[in-house]
Ligand binder design. Structure first.
Ligand SMILES: [Zn+2]
Length: 211
């Protein structure tokens, strides 16, 4: 049998499920999977501050994406600038309900929930406050994270626009650029800190929390 302490010293690669032994790392070094080269863990003393900066940038970029024009369409000489929200209303008007549901989850609910959960989580961890709330936020992120699939998010947006504006002239707006920027930031955040590390940090800051 393996003791709990021995188990704590093992780490499984979330991608290929290869088991690795944890070794203490010097500051600013990273450990990667020996098989698929994915980040396993790292010793980064400023990881919370760095990730927080990235998450704040993602929040600002998401705000820009919601606030400004995603697309300008020209239907029979009539130019119309649409925000994401207006685009969503057009989708509903066209009775594209499945696209509408995908749209609301992938473009509004998941990104907002993920970014703001991360934001609250990191601020509280930085302040070393809210042991229970941060624990709940980590559980929420564990559930919702697999759904923030960048490719689906983007494809659904493009499909929605192509479907809606079949023969219309389309010009992409500031919001579209901001969305791409949010997605890039999301990829950087995911590469920067693994979910395992967030749990690990949580345990380091607050100790073990019983359910
Ligand atoms: Zn691996």
């Amino acid at each position: 049998m393996i003791t709990e302490e021995e188990l704590d010293n093992l780490i499984i690669c979330k991608k290929c499920h290869t088991l690795h032994k944890r070794v203490p790392l010097p500051p600013n070094k990273k450990a990667f999977c020996s098989k698929c080269d994915i980040l396993l863990y790292q010793n980064n003393p400023n990881i919370i501050d760095k990730t927080l900066a990235l998450v704040i940038s993602a929040a600002i970029s998401l705000f820009v994406a919601f606030k400004f024009t995603i697309v300008t369409i020209d239907i029979q000489g009539l130019e119309q600038s649409l925000t994401l929200y207006a685009l969503f209303m057009v989708i509903l008007e066209q009775h594209q309900y499945i696209v509408g549901i995908m749209f609301i989850f992938l473009i509004f609910i998941f990104p907002i929930t993920i970014i703001f959960s991360m934001l609250i989580l990191l601020i509280l961890m930085k302040l070393k406050k809210g042991a229970y709330l941060t624990h709940r936020l980590l559980i929420l992120l564990a559930h919702i994270r697999p759904w923030s699939m960048v490719d689906i998010f983007f494809i659904s947006l493009l499909v929605a626009m192509v479907k809606l504006f079949d023969y219309a002239y389309i010009e992409l707006g500031v919001s579209f650029v901001a969305l791409i920027f949010t997605l890039i930031l999301d990829i950087i955040i995911t590469k920067n800190i693994s979910f395992y590390e967030l749990w690990d940090l949580h345990t380091k800051i607050y100790g073990h929390i019983d359910e």
